[in-house]
Design a protein around this ligand. Structure first.
Ligand code: ATP
Length: 270
């Protein structure tokens, strides 16, 4: 990927198969992202305008970023990734300039997706400050609104935003023609955890005694990121135990599992 001051651009290598669980969500994203690019002529023929913005929300580590990458890969679209926190921390005027520049580049590179992580940092509900005292966040938000409205004419540019705090997003962004589709990305259920464990052990040599279903049952409240960490750590335990080890066994997974505590609480999930 190429990086210019806070934006990375790439056609990611991640595919839908690299994401465990979330089958319905993946289907929705496929339709919203891949279809308008692959079947542009049909949309035009029917006079149907595709979604311009999609908001993904849910707890950290549950694959919002990975979903954006898989969607871009499937559509063979360039992914322009920006972080709200990074834009916010820039010098006055620099964040807005970068936003405008990114939309311009994305239009030229179409089909493309602009992925906006930590969107709530710049797209928070506007305060009641007077016009002479417009905050950094408000200026960024108004730039984002202008650019999103400008996408009406642009073909093949989609904005995907991610947040852990959907309620903080300004209502102006939720109007028609902006974030038309809002999707919740939940923490994985049992089946999802099983699939995530399968994904992250695919390239590992694991012993016959490893029962991924059983590990999935014992890792309630774990996020995808934590399950990925569990697999990696189990491999490290095996390696530290015996540098000439040939497989990662159940006891290695158990050693790690006993020392891990999920960051999510039951109240956050229910
Ligand atoms: P944040 O809100 O912190 O940005 P996020 O929701 O965007 O988090 P990701 O960055 O996509 O989460 O995921 C973090 C890591 O966890 C990734 O490396 C990914 O491989 C892994 N992961 C998360 N969910 C899944 C999943 N469903 N299947 C496979 N891997 C997953």
């Amino acid at each position: 990927p190429s990086i210019t001051r806070g934006v990375t651009v790439e056609i990611p290598k991640v595919s839908w198969e690299d994401i465990g669980g979330l089958h319905d969500l993946k289907k929705r994203l496929q339709q919203a992202v891949e279809w308008p690019i692959k079947y542009a002529a049909t949309y035009k023929r029917l006079g149907v305008s595709p979604d311009r913005g999609i908001l993904l929300h849910g707890p950290p580590g549950c694959s919002k970023t990975t979903l954006a990458k898989a969607a871009a890969n499937a559509a063979q679209a360039s992914l322009f990734s920006l972080s709200g926190a990074e834009l916010y921390s820039m010098y006055v005027g620099e964040g807005e300039a970068l936003l405008r520049h990114t939309f311009q580049r994305a239009r030229l590179a179409a089909p493309s997706i602009i992925f906006f992580d930590e969107a709530d940092v710049v797209a928070s509900k506007r305060g009641g400050s007077s016009s002479s005292n417009i905050s950094v966040g408000e200026r960024l938000l108004s730039t984002l609104l202008t650019e999103m409205d400008g996408l009406e004419q642009a073909k093949g540019v989609l904005v995907l935003a991610a947040t852990n705090r959907p309620h903080a997003i300004d209502d102006a962004l939720m109007r028609p023609g902006r974030f038309d589709l809002v999707l919740y990305v939940p923490p994985p259920d049992l089946e999802g955890r099983h699939e995530i464990l399968r994904v992250h052990t695919r390239k590992m040599k694991i012993g016959d005694d490893v029962d991924l279903r059983c590990i999935a049952e014992g890792t309630e409240l774990f996020t995808g990121a934590e399950l990925e960490g569990l697999c990696r750590e189990a491999g490290m335990v095996a390696l530290r135990e015996d540098i000439s080890a040939t497989v990662v066994c159940d006891r290695h997974f158990q050693t790690v599992n006993q020392s891990l505590k999920p960051a999510l609480t039951r109240e956050e999930v229910d």
